[in-house]
Ligand binder design. Sequence first.
Ligand code: EPU
Length: 338
Amino acid sequence: MIYKNISLKKFNTFGLDCMADCMIRIRNEKEAISLFRGEISWKKPFLIIGGGSNILFTSDFKGTILYPEIGGIKVEVKDQEYVIISAGAGVNWDKLVEWTVNKGYGGLENLSLIPGLVGATPVQNIGAYGVEVKDTIEKVIAVSIDDGAITEFSKNDCRFGYRNSTFKSENKGKYLVIRVYFKLTISPLLNLNYGSLKEEVTKLGSVTLKNARQAVINIRRSKLPDPEIIGNAGSFFKNPVVSSSAAESLNNRYPQMPSYKDQSGGTKLAAGWLIDQCGWKGKRVGDAGVHDKQALVLVNYGKATGKEIYNLSEKIIKSVQEKFGIDLEREVEVVGTI
Ligand code: EPU
């Protein structure tokens, strides 16, 4: 399914009205294989997009957008403790989470309501409320863009890190994810340690899998703008990881600054807090703005261009650098000229 001169407005959650020369919708594994074996001619460069929930287009895309629509959720193996399920890259992420929770399978509930499609979740190792998708991923099946070969990536091969994986580093642009396998628990052990999650679950009544999902949904809805209403891509920046000594000296100056021990041995700071402290929360420059309930989220109030949102992000980076000496890194992928 090849489309020419297509508007990307519906394909990015910022709602930016950019154009792509071409878009190819990939409906199944066979189509992916024949595309990359060269059986169909198509124009490079290319960009794979899922839900378009982590992309900032700063100009029209002069190439081909590859859009996986591979569906299907399957139970692969089940015993008394675990179930392995698989989902096609084109399955809506939250629909998958909802399906697992309805079946009583535990592991994905804290990742409720994250926008996007299944195929993108291992690429950027999505995470929220103390859980990362890597915690449940068993393996990832991908197609090599070079030659159409089907390749299996074990959890180890994926080289997961904070909002990172092999698909964003050494294997960037080399594979299209087609199916993801998750190992879930039959008797879920809930992880309610993050922030106000436990409190929110208690408000809902008993501590159940369904209530854990509902609590996450309630918290997200209270803090994060719905992209259907206000364009955004969730967290625009990553939470920076600094050395423990750098964190300690900042903590001496700002005792109320949130900080968390990171697996790497360093300390993770809350970018949202740093940006908030610089006075950006709720600020607006034209139609580009900083969300009024979570400073880590940049928004498009309607007619902002990708360049305007990018320029706002540059100003934020500069002021956080001036006030705290910390370099923020963007979490969203910037695509286009700047
Ligand atoms: N904070 C402020 N002001 C703000 C925003 C945050 O003071 O404007 C403070 C909060 O009070 C809290 C701390 O900063 O003490 C952390 O805030 P929050 O719990 O909202 O989480 P976050 O670190 O800002 C991360 C993820 C989110 C994820 C939440 C919940 C990243 C880049 N972001 O945000 O992920 O939903 O934790 O787990 O790691 C995303 O990646 O798109 C995303 C939304």
